[in-house]
Design a protein around this ligand. Structure first.
Ligand code: DLL
Length: 433
């Protein structure tokens, strides 16, 4: 299986730490000199660029929070003049004001490089035809994947998200071999392919690179079976670069972080103390080659762990565990913490419902109450009421016994839960209405 850039992806540990240290020191000088926010922050804790001599000094640097980007909206944390910025992307702003990110020409080259690594990791080569169904636009998914695929020399179909009928038509006519989209959209594509009774042998897809939202192992199994692909997880966030921060290889044992560009740490989200390899916490990234918007110790709010052992695939880059949720999405149901993907996993494990679900959270007095709505399959829908009630009870029992939370389970009619073309909305929170 191809490794796009063995020099960096298979680097010896000591050599990598030296490179990271050099790049970190350069980045710290760059932000100190060009971003007043960082100068002020570093001055206030008495750290000067000259104090950063090696990668072990990373822990002495201040954190950067999403609120810092919002407070300096739109360009206040940029470290280069706007003349050097060749691209601007922005987050959808669903959890507040948009966060705006910028790239120099050099940053775009780095992005294409890390995306070439990401796409190659699923076994793709220049002979592949990539159907890129991530949204093109302010979202980083579309263009991020696009540039990486072109760098490899693949034939890219820039179809963007949505228009499912056309996606399937082009997939058949153009012979797409790799698809990129969110995992929830991949499932929707599989559903429509099945409904249209398309002969699977006419579909040439062999791998999919799915990310931008959390998804469980059971969802991976479902996608792999129904679309007939190797399903690979890809992770990233706009603030750090977009997609291309880390990706799985076919070993599927964690996501390889492109750690010559983005240095990961795991911290306790409450105390901000750095945790050891293998310990679960919030993943934090420091960019060490970005020019337009370098960020020191950016708090992602995503939960993961790090593994520093080399992988069977030959890469030595540190691996982060598949992100199953963000601290913000964690539900606390009567004192028990639970992520939507954990519920997804229990639902799909049984495999007797459709894989479309939504969680409705509300307040009952001072307590949080959770309703899990999950779609019935067409066959179940035409079955007797008793069977449906039995399955509701079984799912409720499985959720209680696996996750120790009590939830109401409601089986809803097929096709009542909205399908997403991008990131799925899994939780409807009615607590603050
Ligand atoms: O979602 C970038 C991206 C595009 C990644 C395409 C992968 C593929 P944002 O819109 O800024 O950027 O959202 C970033 O999405 O902090 C995670 O909470 C979540 N996320 C992204 N990838 C994964 C993944 C893009 N593979 C936020 N698993 C991140 C779980 C993910 N969560």
């Amino acid at each position: 299986m191809t490794i796009w850039n063995p020099k960096y992806e298979c680097m010896g540990d000591e050599e990598k730490r030296i490179l990271q240290g050099i790049r970190l020191a350069e980045t710290v000088s760059h932000v100190y000199e060009n971003v007043p926010f960082y100068k002020k922050k570093m001055d206030s804790i008495g750290i000067l660029p000259g104090d950063i001599k090696c990668i072990d000094n990373l822990k002495d640097l201040p954190f950067t929070y999403k609120t810092d980007l919002r407070e300096h909206y739109p360009y206040g944390l940029f470290a280069v003049p706007m003349d050097d910025v060749v691209r601007i992307h922005a987050s959808s702003g669903t959890t507040g004001k948009r966060t705006v990110v910028g790239y120099t020409r050099e940053d775009i080259d780095v992005w294409a490089e890390v995306m070439a690594r990401t796409i190659s990791a699923c076994g793709a080569t220049k002979s592949d035809i990539l159907q890129n169904a991530y949204g093109y636009g302010l979202f980083t998914g579309g263009l991020g994947v696009h540039y990486g695929a072109e760098k490899i020399g693949m034939s890219v179909i820039p179809i963007s998200g949505g228009n499912t009928k056309r996606q399937i038509e082009l997939m058949l006519d153009f012979g797409s071999t790799i698809i990129s989209c969110t995992p929830s959209y991949a499932l929707y594509l599989a559903e429509v392919i099945e409904e249209q009774k398309i002969d699977r042998s006419k579909i040439k897809l062999r791998a999919g690179i799915f990310g931008a939202e959390p998804w469980s192992e059971n969802m991976r199994r479902d996608i792999e079976e129904r679309l007939g692909v190797l399903a690979i997880d890809i992770y990233g966030l706009s603030e750090i670069i977009g997609p291309g921060v880390s990706q799985e290889c076919p070993e599927k044992c964690g996501l390889h972080v492109n750690d010559d560009h983005f240095i990961p740490e795991i911290i306790d989200p409450d105390t901000e103390k750095v945790l050891d390899y293998g310990e679960q916490g919030e993943i934090v990234f420091t960019t060490v080659t970005k020019k337009a918007l370098p960020l020191l110790r950016y708090r992602t709010r995503d939960i993961s762990k790090l593994d520093n052992q080399p992988c069977a695939c030959g890469r030595t880059s540190y691996r982060m565990e598949k992100v199953t949720g963000r601290t913000d999405d964690m539900l606390i149901i009567r004192g028990v913490n639970v992520f939507p993907t954990q519920i997804e996993s229990v639902l799909l494990e049984l495999g007797e419902t459709a894989p479309h679900y939504q969680l409705i959270v509300s307040k009952m007095g001072s307590m949080d109450a959770l309703e899990v709505q999950v779609e019935m399959t067409q066959a179940l829908f035409s079955d007797e009421v008793k069977k449906i009630e039995d399955l509701e009870r079984k799912l409720k029992f499985n959720i209680e016994s696996t996750l120790a939370i009590s939830a109401k389970v409601t089986l809803v009619e097929p096709k009542t839960i909205a399908r997403s073309e991008g990131k799925a909305q899994r939780v409807i929170d009615n607590r603050n209405l």
